[in-house]
Design a binder for this molecule. Structure first.
Ligand code: PHE
Length: 339
């Protein structure tokens, strides 16, 4: 009996299994009810008492060896099948899966880049604002319709806390904390209570600009924005200013550029006028400077604000605003760029 057990022990030691099926056969052979080890135990009953100790220990160590072998081989087989059953090839070069910047980020970066070349810095502020920074300091009369629930998402009433409707609020914060000269851009997300359609969204992005110093004139405003338009849309771009109204600027204007899609000949983007509006602007109202503790006798300034979606729409000819927010990979993939 001793020789048989030792023979089994060698067999167990040498055994290896390529798959779970073979391993199961091995288990049945040794451990099942009719297997070799139960057979040894029943034979053990006939062993003379003086040999019992030695043989008993031998059978037990055989049983243990079989059990350990099964556990070890099982883990080995499972690990092997995990790595071979997927088609992952980590050495494969990346081809079509490079990420891309979002078109709105591309356009925002380009706007910042253009203005930073003429000395503008970037300032950021909170998306949740109070009435003072979003409206009052900007010379919005108490009963102005833009404060109405229709346009503004209010978070709390009395005192009013709201989602900023423009990034002019950031410029109020800059003016409160810095004395001129100020030359800053505030890019950011803004919120207005509008029904979502191809042409309007309740979230969009702006870049607003502010320049305050001694002797800043409307001519400076025009020249700065003319420079921007040509850098952004090409050197042949023409600009025109139309009178407009904003509570925080006086005089106020809107700037159009010659339609970059039809080159000014007339198309459905420019509604056959040859011009498209890209931004609002004007000379900072003295009331705004005073609200921020800036001496309006000494300093003047200009401000402008544009929607990034609108600039991106003209640049990339995207005619539905909703595409910018849906994160459809087929849309985003088209904006490969080093920017
Ligand atoms: N804040 C204005 C808006 O959101 C844009 C603007 C900024 C207009 C500065 C004039 C001057 O519509």
């Amino acid at each position: 009996m001793k020789e048989t057990i030792e023979k089994y022990l060698k067999e167990v030691e040498a055994f290896s299994a390529g798959n779970l099926e073979q391993l199961e056969q091995f288990r049945i052979k040794f451990l099942s009810k009719k297997g070799l080890i139960p057979a040894l135990f029943s034979e053990f009953k006939n062993v003379p008492p003086e040999d019992r100790k030695e043989l008993g220990q031998l059978i037990n160590s055989l049983k243990q060896a079989v059990q350990e072998k099964i556990v070890a081989l099982k883990t080995e087989i499972e690990q092997k099948s995990e790595t071979t059953s997927t088609d992952l090839d980590l050495t494969m070069p990346v081809t079509d899966n490079l990420g891309t910047r979002h078109p709105l980020s591309l356009v925002r970066n380009e706007i910042i880049d253009i203005f930073s070349r003429i000395g503008f810095s970037v300032s950021e502020g909170p998306e949740i604002e109070d009435d003072f920074h979003n409206f009052s300091a900007l010379n919005f009369p108490e009963e102005h319709p833009a404060r109405d629930m229709q346009d503004t998402f209010f978070i709390e009433k009395d005192p009013d806390i709201l989602l900023r409707t423009h990034t002019s609020s950031v410029q109020v914060r800059v003016m409160e904390n810095t004395q001129p000269p100020i030359r800053t851009l505030s890019p950011g997300r803004v919120f207005r209570n509008e029904a979502i359609s191809a042409r309007a969204h309740c979230i969009f992005h702006q870049v607003e600009g502010l320049y305050v110093d001694t002797h800043v004139s409307f001519a400076d405003l025009k020249q700065t924005l003319y420079f921007f338009a040509r850098e952004m849309f090409g050197q042949n771009t023409k600009t025109r200013f139309r009178p407009s109204y904003f509570p925080f600027t006086e005089p106020s204007a809107e700037m159009d550029i010659s339609c970059n899609i039809c080159g000014g000949k007339g198309c459905n983007i420019c509604k056959y006028t040859g011009w498209v509006e890209i931004l609002g602007c004007g000379m900072v109202d003295p009331n705004v400077l005073e609200a921020c503790d800036i001496d309006s006798e000494k300093y003047t300034g200009f401000a402008f604000g544009m929607g990034i979606e609108r600039i991106a729409m003209l640049k990339y000819r995207v005619n539905d605003l909703r595409l910018y927010f849906e994160n459809d990979i087929r849309f985003l993939k088209q904006f490969r760029s080093a920017y």
